[in-house]
Each structure stands twice: as C-alpha cells, then as structure tokens.
Ligand binder design. Structure first.
Ligand SMILES: *Cc1c(COP(=O)(O)O)cnc(C)c1O
Length: 486
C-alpha cells in the first residue's frame, strides 16, 4: 500500500512486481528437468488451498507464492515435446502485448490505441487467411464461442428469410431448424446447436468417407429428406482441419449443396484455417470464400495467448441484428456525437453489438504483436514446417514395421499406433493407451490420443512454435522403444 493511497492494493511499482516473478517465469519457460506438477500436487495444492486470508499478506509475500509454488507447477504446454490436442503456449511478443493490454488497454472499447488494434488485427487475420473483404470480424474467447457466433448469425439469417426474428422474438411457432456437420466435427458445434435452441440432436452428423472428409452425397440426401420432413436447414458446417485427423472437408462441393438447399455455409477452421498458408495444401481450401462465416483460433497455430478466437461473418448488419443490445441509458445514452475530444466520448470501434460479450480484454493485442513480429511469411513458414513434421513422422512410421499409420497427414496431425503381430484391435488399443501414458511418465514427448475408425491412435498435432524436427524423430523413436518394452 502506498502511503498516500486509501486502498489496500498496490497500485503501481509494476517494475518491482515483475522483477519478483520474472526469474521464475524465465526458468519455467526453459522447461528443464522433470515436470513435477502432477507428482507434487499433494504438496503444492495443500500449500495453496488455505482459507481466505482475513488480513491480506501484502504484495511481496503474494508474489513470492506466485514465484513458488505456483509458477513452477504451471502447465508445460509450450515445452517443445508437447504436441497434444490443439493447444500451445504463447510466444514472447503475444504474451507481453497481452500483459500490456491488461494494463494500458484494460477494456477493448473507447477511443484508444488498443481499440484500433482490435480492428487492425482482425483485418490482418482476414488478409492472412484470404477471407473476403466484407467478412466482419470479432475476437472472442476461443473456437467454441467463435463457432457459436457464426452459427448464431446463421440462425438469424435462416429465420429472417421465413419471417421470424430469432434474436428479437425467439423461435416459438417457427419450424424446427437443424445444423449439418460431419461426424468428425468438433463437439463445440454440437454444443452450439444446444445453446441456439436446436438441441444437441438438432446437429445432424453426416458420415465421412475413408479420408475422414464429409460425404457430400450423404449430406445432400439428408438435407433432401429433412426438407421433405419440414426442417429448416439453418447451416452446413465445413471443417477446415478436423481436430481428430486434420481432414479438410470438400468446401466447394459443400458450398454447392448449401446453395442448393438455401443453407448458410459456416467453416470451422479453429485449428486448420491457417493451413491455407501452405501452398502444398492450399487447393484443399477451394471454396473458402463462398462461406458466410468462419471460426478460427489465433490461440492455436498463431500461438497468441489462450483466450483468443476470432469469428468472421460476411454481413456485419446481420451480425448486429443477432447480437446487439438495446441501447442503454448507461452506455449509448452517454455518447457524444461528432468529434471526439476525450477517449470516453464514445465506444470507438464497437465490439459489443457483434458478439456475446460486453467487457473484454483487447485480444487483438496478442494477435497484432505476433503478426507484427513474424509477418505473413513468418506464419507461412511455421505452418509449412509443421505440416512437414507430420509428413516426416508418417514416413518414419512407414519405414518401421512396428508402427502403423492410421490416417495420412493432411495438415500437421499424424495419427499412428504401435502394432504387434497377432494382437486384436482391442488389445492394440489397450497397448497404445498404455504407451501414451508411458510417454507422459518418462519422456518429453507428449502427443494426445484419439480414435480413427474406432482404433486408438497416438495423435501428435504440430502447432507448437518451440517444437523442432528432433522432437518429431524423438517421438517416433520413443514409441518404438517403449512399445517393444510393453
Ligand atoms: C480447438 C477447436 C475448437 C474449439 O476451440 P476452443 O478454442 O478450444 O474453444 C473447435 N473446432 C476445432 C476444429 C478445434 O480444433
């Protein structure tokens, strides 16, 4: 507490506070030594799990606890051997920019630089990904909400065409709507159908072909049947990189079917939209610009700090009809029209009317910083390198009779397993699950697992900027060696 402040919280001295935790952060970021957070949980959880302090212990002691045991027992998701799910830790520029935003851009609104940075970062992303100029962007917490935003716009559009204002009046009395996606779609899309009032079962899962891509004929058949039964085709979702195998649905053909049935086309590219930067797979994205909405996750391949997804919707006014608040006396009522003299004269670039949140951090700061630092070519190089890692691993698998490829890599995911002659699929599933646990227990190589056509697969997904080729080879070696020993 400063001498002249009535508040118990320290209000300044950022430099001293940062200095108190920076050594712990630097050490953490080197990912050295065994990861003890799991094994030592009993110890640090007991230390942290104390009752609410009635008298505060002050800043110095609080930061000391942050420095140890909190930071050393954090999540090593950025360690170079980590390749699980589709998640990683931020690089330096994004982390520092988002910290700076928490101080100097503590809300994304009003007339200030962090408000402009939201718009600039969205424009840069749109250009990077080749989305059309009329795609209106909004930052949200991640892919789950980005998909929800796109599908909320779809619902508004689909029912306006039938004379119903879904956001204004709800859907009582309107015909039942459905959302269509492949069986490989991320479960957040199914949840979005639930939130939007169609129910989880209102998200129709269409079968996929042997390449895990949506079967377009099956989609057309199902839409025709549902149309005959009176259902409204609200949206068709195309995956631009499924979370399981990285499959990219045939977007252009799906766009044809969506047009045929008057359905909105939404692209879930939370993971894989950045894949379009790799010239060797770019053609898989043909038809991308025909969609009306797109979801992508800067906190995945771009390695912006977690908590950053982006939704783009072609029609900004439609999006506002879906999401706007009624003007409030305590917000719009206080805005000054015309020239701005004070930052608080108005909201600046308005975000709140295009998505579910009001207060929010400037998530654009992290995106802006990464793209400013590495540029479009830096990001392209990362994507090309990571896609190359998955193909390199697939080659290693092909050369080793103990390993079996379960899905040909499309982007940066390689699904494979350890095999032993004479074992049933069920036994191989158990063996590979044990192998995955052994990798976590005794190696730096951490893939996650999934199922490909029912078979348990080891599933490294390379989006981590810190991963090098040595870690890809290291995983292949470790799987073979540990598999032999089980
Ligand atoms: C990660 C992912 C999501 C969910 O995104 P979150 O950022 O975790 O909310 C949705 N779809 C796909 C394809 C994903 O990879």
């Amino acid at each position: 507490m400063s001498a002249d402040s009535p508040d118990p919280a320290e209000l300044a001295r950022l430099d001293e506070a940062l200095a108190a935790v920076l050594p712990a952060l630097e050490t953490f970021n080197r990912f050295e030594g065994p990861d003890r957070a799991g094994r030592d949980r009993g110890q640090w959880a007991a230390e942290l799990g104390e009752p609410l302090p009635q008298t505060g212990r002050g800043l110095a002691e609080t930061l000391a606890i942050l420095a140890d045991p909190v930071i050393p027992n954090g999540l090593r998701i950025g360690a170079p051997g980590f390749a699980g799910w589709v998640t990683t830790a931020p690089t330096t520029a994004g982390a520092v920019a988002s910290f700076a935003a928490s101080i100097a851009g503590a809300q994304r609104h009003w007339v200030q630089a962090f408000n402009d940075i939201e718009v600039i970062a969205l424009r840069w992303l749109r250009e990077l990904l080749g989305l059309p100029a009329d795609a209106h962007g909004i930052f949200v917490s991640g892919g789950a909400v980005a998909n929800l935003v796109g599908l909320t716009a779809a619902r508004q559009w689909a029912y306006e065409r039938l004379g119903h204002d879904a956001s204004g009046n709800g859907l009582a009395g309107a015909p039942t709507g459905r959302i269509y996606a492949s069986a490989e779609v991320h479960h957040v899309v199914i949840k979005a159908a639930a939130i939007l009032g169609f129910g989880r079962h209102g998200c129709v899962l269409v079968e996929t072909g042997p390449d895990q891509r949506l079967d377009v004929d099956a989609l057309r058949d199902r839409l025709a049947k549902d149309r005959a039964d009176g259902f409204v085709p609200v949206a068709v979702v195309a995956n631009a990189g499924t979370v399981n195998t990285g499959a990219v649905d045939p977007i252009s053909q799906i766009a044809d079917v969506a047009d045929e049935f008057g359905a909105w086309l939404h692209v879930d590219g939370a993971y894989g939209l950045f894949g379009v930067l790799d010239p060797s797979v770019e053609s898989l994205y043909d038809g991308l610009a025909r969609a009306r909405s797109w979801a992508t996750d800067p906190h995945k391949w771009l390695a912006a700090p977690v908590g950053c997804g982006a939704a783009f919707v072609r029609d900004a006014e439609l999006l506002a009809r879906a999401f706007h608040d009624e003007p409030a006396a305590y917000i719009e009522g206080g805005w000054k029209q015309g020239e701005v003299s004070n930052p608080f004269d108005n909201a600046g670039h308005l975000m709140k009317d295009y998505g579910p949140e009001l207060s929010a951090p400037s998530r654009g700061a992290g995106v802006w910083a990464v793209l400013s630092e590495i540029g479009a070519e830096g990001m392209r190089a990362r994507v090309v390198r990571h896609n190359g890692y998955a193909r390199h691993l697939a080659q290693r698998v092909a050369q080793d009779s103990r390993l079996e490829l379960l899905a040909e890599p499309v982007l940066s995911i390689c699904c494979f397993r350890y095999v032993r002659r004479g074992l049933s699929d069920a036994s191989l599933d158990a063996l590979n699950a044990e192998l995955a646990a052994a990798l976590r227990a005794s190696t730096p190589y951490i893939p996650s697992t999934t199922r490909v056509r029912g078979r348990l697969a080891l599933r490294p997904c390379y989006i981590n900027p810190r991963t090098t080729l040595a870690y890809v080879d290291g995983l292949a070696d470790a799987v073979a060696t540990i598999g032999d020993s089980l």
